[in-house]
Every structure is written in C-alpha cells, then in structure tokens.
Design a protein around this ligand. Structure first.
Ligand code: UDP
Length: 420
C-alpha cells in the first residue's frame, strides 16, 4: 500500500464569499456552509486551517479566528463592494495577496469555485503544495440549463474552469454525475476526479416537534405548509412553489384558510430584485395572503423552519447538490425537487421525497399535495427522509477530504504550471 503524506496545515481559498457570512442571501450559500463545516472539523482533527477570502466589506480585520484552529484571512483585492460579475477582474490581485499572506507553507491547498481556483493555481506553484479544487458548479452545465432571461456564464469562467481541470492535482466533486461532467465536458483525467459527498449537520438538523416549530414561527398548528429555503434567484425557481400554491388553492378553495407557503432566504446574484418580483407574483396569483417571506436564518432557527414545513420544495433549474434538501430530510421533512444535478442523490425518489422532471405547475401541485395532504404517506416519507439524510455527514466529508489531500501530496497529477 502507498504511504500517506501527513497533513498538518491546509490553506482553503474561497475568494467570493466567506465562511463567516450568513448563508441564504447574496453570494453566500452552500459553499460557505461547506467551507465552514469542513474547516471546523479539520481543526477538530488537529489540522490547522487558514481560509483566504476577499475583503468584501470596509473595515474588516485582516485576520479573524473563526474557531480555535481555523483562521480567516481577509485579502484586499479591489473595492470592498464589488459586483460578482466584476470579481474576475480582481483574480490576479487576490492571488498575489493570498501568496504573500500565506508564507509559512501548507501541506495542501483547497480552492472553492473557479475564482479562488485561479489563485489556487498560483499558490500551488508558489508554495509547492498540491492543489485540490472543488468547482461547486460548472459553467458549461449551468449554461445548458439557464432560467428564462438569465445571463449565461462568461467565457472567462469556462476557460478558468478548463485551466483548473488541467492544473489541479485533484478535483473533488459531490456526485458521480458531476464526475462524469468534469471528465466529459472538461476533459479531466479519471485519476484527478474524486467523488466525496457533502454532508449535513446531524446535530443541528434533527427531527423535532412540528407543532412546537409552528408555534415558534407564529403559524397555525394545523396549517398546510410547503416551504422554499435558499438564495432567492431565478436559478432556484421559487416561483414554481408560488404557482403550485395557487393551483392547489384553485383546486381546493377551502385550503386557503389553513395554507401557509414559506419562502425563506434573501436576494442573490442576478436576482437582486427577485424578492420584490416574487411578492408581485404572489399578488398576481391572488395568494399574497398565503405566502410568508422570512429573512435568512441559521442553525436552530433554520431547523425549526424545516420542522414546521410539511414539504420542502427545491425546484432549481440546476443544482450541483442541494444541501437544503439534505437538511430538510434530516429534520424529517420530505422534499419535492427537480431531478437535476445532484438532487437525485440528495433525494431518494418516491422514498424520502419526490423528483420532478420539469416545472409544470400541475405536476408540482400534485407532488406537494401528494405529500402535504396525505398524512400517512408523509409520515412514511418523513421516517425515510431521516434515514436517507443520516447517510451523509460532514465528518465523512472531512475524512474523505483529508485522504484526498494526503493522496494529492503523495502524487501530484495536475499539469505543471511552474516556469522555474
Ligand atoms: N441557508 C441558510 N439560511 C437560509 C437559507 C439557506 O443558512 O435562510 C443555507 C442552507 O442551510 C444551506 C445553504 O444555505 O446549507 C444553501 O445550500 P444549497 O446547496 O441548498 O444551495 P446553494 O446556495 O449552494 O446554491
């Protein structure tokens, strides 16, 4: 058996968003949760972590201790307030800031998303450390499934991802589907690509008392509650839930007295006007009295939202995994999701929830009603959802990543970008 390298110290690069930010709004979502959850567990395993992120607010301290063993460095690169579309123009600045700040050497570098990946390539070279990269989403996949009116991902990103597919020593993906996409669309080599499923915080997201959760949220205990949780942007398609709600009310007008559709999250990306557009849509559909918008929340407060819901809708156009689906299931709430990206892995179709092929309103109404209005089916799906989610944990993800770093340190397979 091959000897494993010892990993004591790693650099985690996340240019566009920090693990210290509230997920579910702006650019902060699953990637933040991934970086925060795995970093904590690396530290718990005795591995020192430095997270490098762009200073995206004025007056941020240069260095913050997230938890003992995890340091977050705010690297200046351009004006703090910067549109995500302008971030590529600051990659070089970010990369040199990272290389300069991280002089003490690392056993491995893990970059997240293509922007940080470009800095990762530079860091690999400067620090002579192996580079492990996680794309989180891929431009070529995203561009093939754009929501109506959404701008395609730019060529710079496509080329940046292609560069990473050649240069990184390991490419970590969430599912086999993504592994095949990297090999097929980006010509990644089989030995580069490692499938390591993401996790869910099984201490925080636990089944609980639905009635108590509803009381805490000010909802009637006997309400019918479908919910959407996540960044509010066209890609996530929360409008599908609103249309399905209207359809259910048209079919059964008496439901109106006890239906509450929750939309939890904040504006994000190209959908900065989305919360207002959604509110307008609710008015147009005649369901403004039924839909409740709640600001993003974390931890125990978010778990209560999942527990209060009868069903959580994940109608995304594309989704590399869908942590929300796992979290809801861990709380015992079945999920209705589109069968895209990693969602067929995150949700066991017909067992812990249902997968839908498209966004047809009638189909979504049927799916939501089939869970929320059928207590016996819901109860059996709820139990199955808890079992399904328990197959995933951040401890397992962290173990897989540490093995990947050690493996990459033993045998670097990325294309050499060294000039010296
Ligand atoms: N999230 C949160 N508060 C909210 C809404 C979302 O903390 O109000 C978190 C959620 O718990 C999940 C992440 O944001 O861990 C979203 O991850 P997902 O993979 O579902 O979508 P992404 O944002 O990565 O596209």
């Amino acid at each position: 058996m091959r000897e494993r390298a010892v990993i004591n110290r790693i650099a985690v690069l996340a240019m566009h968003t920090s693990p210290l930010e509230q997920p579910g709004t702006g650019d902060a979502g699953g990637m933040n949760v991934y970086v925060a959850q795995t970093s904590r567990r690396f530290a718990a395993n005795g591995v020192e972590v430095e997270v490098f992120t762009r200073a995206n607010a004025p007056d941020l301290p240069p260095v913050v201790e997230m938890v003992p063993g995890v340091t977050v460095r705010h690297v200046p690169a351009g004006p703090p307030e910067l549109d995500k579309n302008d971030l590529p123009t600051r990659i070089a600045e970010f990369a040199s800031g990272v290389v300069e700040a991280g002089q003490d050497g690392f056993d491995a570098v893990h970059s997240h998303y293509w922007l940080a990946g470009q800095a990762g390539i530079q860091a690999k070279r400067a620090w002579r450390a192996p580079l492990v990269h996680t794309a989180h989403t891929l431009a070529k996949v995203k561009n093939a499934a754009l929501a109506a009116g959404e701008r395609p991902e730019p060529l710079a990103r496509v080329l940046g991802e292609e560069h990473l597919a050649a240069a990184a020593d390991r490419l970590v993906v969430n599912t086999e589907i993504e592994a095949a996409e990297l090999r097929g669309l980006y010509r990644a080599r089989a030995e580069q690509v490692l499938t390591i499923p993401p996790g869910v915080d099984l201490d925080c997201f636990t089944p609980g008392d639905r009635a108590a959760a509803r009381v805490e949220l000010g909802l009637p205990v006997d309400a019918v509650v479908p919910a959407f949780v996540g960044r509010i942007q066209p890609l996530k398609a929360p409008d599908v839930l609103l249309r399905a709600t209207a359809e259910l009310l048209a079919r059964t007008p008496s439901l109106r007295e006890r239906m509450v559709t929750l939309v939890v999250g904040g504006p994000s990306g190209t959908g900065l006007d989305q919360p207002e557009l959604l509110q307008r849509l609710a008015v147009e559909l005649g369901i403004a009295d039924v839909v409740r918008f709640l600001p993003p929340r974390s931890g125990a407060a978010l778990a209560q939202v999942y527990r209060a819901a009868d069903v959580v809708a994940v109608p995304s156009h594309s989704e590399s995994f869908g942590l929300v689906a796992l979290e809801a299931q861990a709380c015992g709430t079945p999920v209705a999701a589109t069968a895209v990206g990693g969602l067929p892995v995150a949700v066991a179709d017909g067992v812990s929830g249902v997968l839908l092929p498209d966004h047809v309103t009638e189909r979504w109404a049927d799916a939501l009603a089939g869970i929320a209005l059928d207590p016996v089916r819901r109860a059996s799906m709820s139990a199955a959802a808890v079992r399904h989610a328990a197959r995933f944990s951040w401890e397992r993800t962290t173990e897989g990543l540490l093995a990947a770093y050690a493996d990459a340190a033993r045998t670097e397979v990325g294309a050499c970008t060294c000039t010296s």
